[in-house]
Design a protein around this ligand. Structure first.
Ligand code: SAH
Ligand code: F3S
Length: 481
């Protein structure tokens, strides 16, 4: 592999790993969650061995792959629009082949080939290893499809090609699929049952990233706290495991500790945590190791006990508060963020007020908020009517977004006058003279560049803030540099 360092328009440094002998060009783009972006790196790695180097230019591509998201209707519409764009390019470049990967591929299966004439290839999230075979089918003029979901983790042995990387932060996937069956969510259908990845292969990837100069990793899963390695297989089959397998099983807190110890200077993050599966041993492990960042993304979706039940979230509002209180007891400065859905079927004004009061109690550092979007095949779609009017959803969404902005500002203000350790990731979007990075709590920090460079750990004294960004001045390298 040859590394090409390229400065793009935003001044971000892109490192493209290219194999000299490869002649074909792959254009791959990803939508949706971090897992999709991480999967695309696995796909690029599989195709690097099939003669493909990645290109940033759609017009040059021999093969275009779009890694798709089904989480909300809007996400699917975005992908349909991209397919129209590919269609236009195909008129100029008729040899170009187009493939759909990810959750839409899994959800729509062969319907995609019928509905979208441009599509030659449909590949679900567990079938990427079959890409070489599927591509030979396509080269012989046939449409190709594989949407089989797996019982194993599937990609542990593949070393991802880092795409559009800043060379500093990377995702490492640790589980695939989800068993939680939240009634609004399409993920259990598109990504299948939950499986964990062999901790040894995770450690190898983390060590390799450190050798390549990466300084921060995010362990990825739909529900990381549910990670459980007992030698392979589905999480739901754990009960059938042998006594030996159970005695040597590795939990999420064990895995965190193994990663933290293996690379004591690597910053470690994880996402996403589900309140019903998060246990205090994880929080204690976070507190024990300096290099595990004090930040938890802890989606709650609603503040109403009745709606939580309808959503099949396995906890109450009171249990969630207890978890938050326990986290703050052990890690007082822990950053906490949320995902929230407004307008779930039957949500009343009172339920909405419960969501607002839950937010008021927690005062999240930031959050990701959505209007309910009915997804075909989910339990909510089959059993409930999408009965909250669009205008009401919009109004409730605007209200929680405004409240979150207020809380974010409250949180960022707490940092003024303090010194934060920041890992420099890129140039600030707004100013070429400033660096942008994040503190432990995952809040963005912007400060003058001086002599520092991307990948440095720097202590930054904070003097001002907006609701989303801290402004400061570097006062020297941090002890971790
Ligand atoms: N555990 C996952 C959640 C994936 S979905 C993770 O790793 O993040 C991300 C968020 O999208 C959810 O937390 C939820 O807030 C939102 N979401 C999921 N399904 C939705 C739907 N049908 N309508 C609106 N928002 C939805
Ligand atoms: Fe979806 Fe709930 Fe799993 S939101 S990804 S079913 S934890």
């Amino acid at each position: 592999m040859e590394k090409i360092i390229d400065e793009n328009k935003q001044g971000e440094t892109l490192i493209l790993e290219l194999k000299k002998e490869n002649t074909k060009k792959l254009f791959i783009e990803s939508y949706g969650c971090a897992m999709n972006f991480s999967d695309s790196e696995i796909v690029a790695s599989i195709l690097a061995n099939q003669g493909y180097n990645t290109t940033q230019h759609l017009e040059d591509a021999d093969l275009v792959l779009v890694n798709t998201c089904s989480i909300r209707d809007k996400a699917e519409q975005t992908v349909r629009k991209r397919l129209e764009k590919y269609n236009a390019v195909k008129k100029i470049n008729p040899g170009m082949k187009v493939g759909v990967l990810g959750c839409m591929a899994e959800r729509l299966k062969s319907k995609f080939l019928e509905e979208e004439k441009i599509v030659d290839l449909v590949v679900g999230p567990d079938a990427y290893k079959d890409l070489p075979n599927l591509l030979s089918e396509v080269e012989e003029g046939r449409d190709a499809i594989n949407v089989i979901l797996s019982k194993e983790e599937t990609y542990g042995d593949i070393s991802p090609v880092r795409l559009n990387s800043n060379g500093v932060t990377a995702f490492v996937s640790i589980t695939r699929g989800c068993d939680n069956m939240c009634t609004f969510c399409v993920v259990p259908f598109t990504r299948g049952r939950e499986r964990s990845r062999d901790p040894q292969s995770i450690l190898e990837e983390v060590n390799d990233l450190w050798r390549k100069g990466f300084k921060e990793i995010t362990l990825l899963g739909q529900n990381v706290d549910s990670y459980l390695w007992y030698g392979g297989g589905l999480k739901k089959d754990y009960e059938k495991a042998s006594d030996f397998q159970k005695a040597t099983a590795v939990s999420f807190s064990n895995l965190l500790e193994m990663c933290a110890k293996a690379q004591p200077k690597m910053r470690i993050r994880f996402s996403t945590s589900n309140p019903q599966d998060m246990t205090m041993d994880v929080v204690e492990t976070m507190a024990k190791y300096d290099n595990i960042c004090n930040y938890i993304h802890l989606p709650v979706q609603s503040g109403s006990n009745r709606i939580l039940k309808e959503m099949n979230r396995q906890h109450t509002r009171e249990e969630y508060f207890e978890l938050i209180d326990n986290i703050r007891k052990i890690i007082p400065d822990c950053g906490i963020s949320q995902d929230m859905i407004v307008g779930f079927p039957t949500e009343t004004e009172e339920d909405h007020q419960d969501t607002m009061s839950l937010m008021e109690h927690v005062k999240y550092d930031f959050g990701y908020m959505f209007a309910y979007s009915e997804r075909p095949g989910t339990l909510a779609e089959r059993k409930m009517k999408d009965d909250v009017p669009e205008e009401t959803k919009k109004r409730r969404l605007a209200e929680i977004v405004e409240l979150q902005l207020k809380h974010s500002h409250y949180r960022t203000k707490q940092f003024i006058g303090k010194t934060a350790e920041v890992l420099i990731e890129k140039s600030s979007k707004k100013s070429d003279a400033h660096w942008s990075g994040r503190n432990e709590q995952s809040t963005v920090v912007v400060f003058p560049k001086e002599h520092y460079k991307i990948g440095d750990f720097v202590n930054v004294k904070i003097y001002d803030c907006t609701s989303a960004t801290l402004l400061g001045d570097a006062v020297g390298y941090s002890k971790n540099n």
